[in-house]
Design a protein around this ligand. Structure first.
Ligand SMILES: Cc1cc2nc3c(=O)[nH]c(=O)nc-3n(C[C@H](O)[C@H](O)[C@H](O)COP(=O)(O)OP(=O)(O)OC[C@H]3O[C@@H](n4cnc5c(N)ncnc54)[C@H](O)[C@@H]3O)c2cc1C
Ligand code: SF4
Length: 513
């Protein structure tokens, strides 16, 4: 390094690293280094982020910056509406280095492959000393995942999850799974009787900082998707922790049983609604899982709830992250079925007669939240059955949920939901007709379509689209052992049945705009 250049370091903190324990901060010097935080601007964002997602992440950034300053850090904070905000993180980093005569840049790895490459390129093209440290808001590291994948033909969550249970010792007794089984998934498919009462997640009143962010977002991102009404998310670590403890007290015990249920009158049911906190760095997954394990050990929650919850975080969240980093670049363009249909406009408006979609999309618009089965079996299922281009489906999911960051959204969409990777992540496409939706929800009672009918103008579109999908993609899918049953049923369709399925589907899909 040039002797005139200072030994100081610029530490960019991104909106998914809002933790005092993020590695870049752990390696920084409070007395010398400069923290840089830059808000996005309208023209810097390709994604049509939900307003509540922006409010949550930006208010959390402002609160975190305040905490850092109160703790004695030097923070250069650039707000979205500041005239000096160029709209480019890369330019702001270069500017901060230039104006302080600094050539060292240290940051926690972004959760987006393209951004990571852009930041790494500062090393080559500009002669900066760029150091990226792996994000520690996970149980596993990149090398844990690559060691696990080596020599494996198939990557399946179940085996990764077992390895992680053993490695962490969570819900493990004498090297065996607590309770004798690894997985209580079968006990997690309870349906609602209508009499259950769920406590909605703990809500917080916006403080002055959040109120200012709401105003800024409404100016800078005025045309973006989503409602900004009744913003209630926590925006600090302490609020996120209180919200999680509230979930533990009120909803964890029933989490397992009703994990897959859907209800048009309850957006959250027993779900934790903490993914946005975990992914922003406001909650730590290890602390979260340890608290759940402790409640099982003390007898306060049943094993199916504790195991079901821990599997989501220790299993799915870690597995999904591993798949993202091993599959990029290129994963975003996967299109196994060669779909080319555009995303229907109603995904942005909720203006559709299909009640399950209408309800899920309206809820998404209102809350920037839908739980897993709504994402997988309503909007995801429909997109797959209708043959929507996976890239457009991906852009939608990345935009509309407060927890969406590319490392977690992309594999869930491309791999789990759209089977666009041809089965790298999921062992079969997650598709269903209306019967499953009717069993797991109360949507169908309010729908103009008849869930029991397979054909005709009032038949549930999920029904004919389901058989049409299986029929159309038979050569690609009929050797999949997990689809043996539906293909055996399809083989019993007579010519007339099949022709009705095909013509109803054609008509419906032609009308989709
Ligand atoms: C198409 C599609 C897109 C998705 N996009 C995202 C996304 O952008 N960000 C995101 O965090 N999750 C995503 N998920 C996974 C899952 O739907 C959400 O994590 C969950 O709904 C968040 O709500 P919750 O906190 O109430 O979760 P709970 O149901 O209470 O589960 C607890 C926690 O487990 C973790 N978890 C559960 N399932 C998954 C999963 N499949 N992948 C990763 N973590 C998981 C989350 O951190 C979650 O907070 C997506 C799923 C699908 C099918
Ligand atoms: S009848 Fe079909 S379209 Fe209507 S809510 Fe039920 S599953 Fe959805």
């Amino acid at each position: 390094m040039n002797s005139a250049v200072s030994e100081r370091t610029v530490i960019p903190i991104l909106w998914d690293h809002l933790s005092h324990n993020t590695p870049s901060l752990l390696h920084a010097s409070k007395s010398k280094d400069i923290i840089l935080m830059v808000e996005p601007k309208k023209n810097s964002e390709k994604v049509n982020h939900h307003k509540k997602k922006l409010i949550f992440l930006i208010s959390s950034m402002r609160h975190f910056a305040k905490e850092l300053q109160e703790n004695g850090w030097t923070v250069k904070y650039i707000k979205m509406r500041s005239p000096e905000n160029s709209g480019s993180l890369r330019s702001e980093i270069l500017q901060a280095c230039k104006s302080n005569n600094i050539s060292n840049i240290l940051l926690t790895e972004p959760g987006n492959w393209q951004l990571r490459e852009t930041l790494k390129s500062l090393q080559k093209g500009y002669d900066y000393n760029v150091k990226l440290l792996e994000n520690n808001n996970f149980f596993s590291t990149h090398s844990t995942f690559s060691e696990w994948t080596s020599n494996r033909k198939e990557l399946r969550l179940e085996y990764f999850y077992r390895m992680m249970r053993v490695k962490t010792g969570i819900l493990i007794k004498k090297n065996k799974p607590t309770g004798g089984r690894w997985n209580y998934d079968k006990e997690n498919r309870g349906t609602l009787s209508g009499s259950e009462k769920f406590k909605p997640p703990l809500q917080f009143k916006p403080d002055d900082i959040t109120q200012e962010v709401i105003d800024d977002v409404n100016i800078e991102f005025a045309g973006n998707f989503g409602s900004d009404r009744n913003f209630w998310f926590g925006v600090t670590r302490s609020e996120a922790e209180v919200a999680f403890d509230y979930f533990l007290k009120h909803n964890l015990a029933t989490f397992g049983k009703f994990q897959d249920a859907m209800d048009c009158d309850s957006s959250f049911l027993s779900h934790a609604v903490i993914s946005m906190y975990l992914n922003a760095g406001l909650l730590n997954p290890i602390t979260v899982c340890k608290k759940v394990e402790a409640l099982y050990i003390s007898g306060e929650v049943p094993l199916n709830s504790a195991e079901g919850f821990i599997r989501q975080i220790l299993g799915w969240r870690e597995f999904i992250r591993g798949i993202y980093w091993m599959s990029m670049p290129g994963y975003e363009n996967q299109n196994f079925f060669n779909f080319s249909r555009s995303l229907p406009k109603f995904f942005w408006t909720g203006d559709t007669e299909l009640q399950c979609l209408k309800s899920t999309i309206q809820q998404t618009n209102e809350e920037a939240y839908a739980h897993h089965i709504q994402r997988l079996m309503i909007t995801g299922n429909f997109s797959l059955l209708a043959g929507i281009t996976p890239e457009e489906v991906h852009q939608w999911y990345l935009a509309v949920y407060a927890d969406a960051h590319e490392w977690v959204e992309l594999p869930n969409t491309i791999g789990m939901s759209q089977y666009a990777d041809g089965g790298k992540l999921a062992s079969k496409p997650y598709i269903s007709g209306g019967a499953y939706i009717n069993k797991m929800s109360n949507y169908c009672g309010n729908c103009r379509f008849n869930v029991k009918k397979r054909n005709g103008p009032d038949a549930c579109p999920f029904n004919y689209l389901y058989w049409n999908f299986l029929d159309k993609h038979q050569t690609r899918l009929n050797s999949n052992p997990r689809l043996r049953l539906p293909y055996s049923s399809l083989s019993k369709f007579d010519k007339e049945d099949l022709s009705k399925v095909r013509s109803d589907s054609k008509k419906f899909l032609e009308g989709l705009v």
